[in-house]
Design a protein around this ligand. Sequence first.
Ligand code: BES
Ligand code: MN
Ligand code: ZN
Length: 486
Amino acid sequence: MECRIAKGKYEDFKCDALISFQYQDGPNLNGRLGKVVKDAYKSGHFKGHSGELFQIYPLKNVRAARLILMGLGKKAKSGSENIRKAAGLAIRLVRKLKSIAFLPVDDSAETIAQLIDGAILGDYRFDQLKSEKNESLIRTLSFFTGGVDIPQTHIDAFRIMNEGTLIARDLANMPANLLNPENLASDAVDLGKAFNIPVKVFDEAQIKRLKMGALLGVAQGSANRPKFVIWEYEGGPSGQAPIVLVGKGVTFDSGGISIKPAEGMEAMKGDMGGAAAVISVMSVLGAIKPNINVVGITPLVENMPSGSSYRPGDVLTASNGRTIEIISTDAEGRLILADALVYAKRYNPKYVIDIATLTGACVVALGQNICAGVMGKDQGLIDALLEAGQQSGERLWQLPLWDDYQELIKTAVADMKNTGGRWGGAITAACLLANFAEGYSWAHLDIAGTDHEETGNHPYRYKGATGFGVRVLSRFILNEAGMLLG
Ligand code: BES
Ligand code: MN
Ligand code: ZN
């Protein structure tokens, strides 16, 4: 979908639909359609309520084929999320039209960004596996800005971050029989080629040589062998300390010997949402080409019960020599991340950020699809992530990571155990990671509650994977690269 700033007057702009956003407070469109909008309010047919849609056509005196009024509710109550949702609802109405133009709600680049978010995300369908497709015919989105000059490069960046989110959704929606570690690694290689970023894929023999005993423990029960994929995006000066992103890539999490209940287990095909986000961020960087170095690391495994599985009571030795007693084979994400975090050290990174569908406890703490948890000890890094979360609409909320919590993962048998009991589960998982994220500045994102949309009627989250993490992490990286958008 092409996105661009529209030039000239909206009256002279030829398109299939003009979408005008309106507050409940009263009509706000000037020009030749001003009266039409006023009449819509006067007649009582349109009130500007949040989510309200009103279509007017045929039109006189303008070149657009139809006008769509999209309500935003009361101005004082309307925020950025409201605009994303409204754009998502409006786009659903025009999926079979080709050229769409948006009329300004205000002049800011952020508002345009929110419209692009809602429009691109709202237009998404996962129909790859259906015989009958429901394709969108939309070709161009044009934005009237009320005369404010927003560079096309910024518009492109907003578009690309959303398209990256759709790549992550496709990957996470793909079932585990069609997307195992090997398939995901080869997708990563293909995307790397498409965006001209070098990708390394380690197979099991190389993973063994690296002594990644925690990752290998998780992988050993599955017939699908593990992979360890690394992307090296060098947009900055060589020698500049990179930002390293680490994404949990469990292509299916059955729980292993500590098997999960049958109900809802199918959702665990999405337990590679962190890896999908990292891979997609790398493709975003390949498309935007910011001046910064970024490494993406994705440990890829399948967690299955079998005669060769790791068991509760086993002790695994991670690549930094630390030993971990397994209490639950379902606490597998932290184990594969442990080895990946140790590996990240060799890049002498500026920051390491991991992203993972890690704990049900995080969902209990923060709810579904409101915000993701963020933990770490470098408050400067956390603050920058929180800021990127606000800007992108993928909000984060900080949970504490005081050393006191380390007590909960102590055991008589090994250096630590892989679960911390009933309470504070999102934090005790992060505590285990902290024992491997040593010697650099690190933050952990727990996206278990934001990675999946269950309802199927959200304006811009299609039922299934949300692609959460791509927008906040890309935005964070662009901020770091000094590419301040809007
Ligand atoms: N992948 C799950 C976490 C998860 C739960 C993601 C719900 C998305 C939605 C993770 O591997 C897991 O099973 N965690 C366990 C940890 C427990 C055994 C300490 C959990 O949260 O129950
Ligand atoms: Mn699990
Ligand atoms: Zn898991």
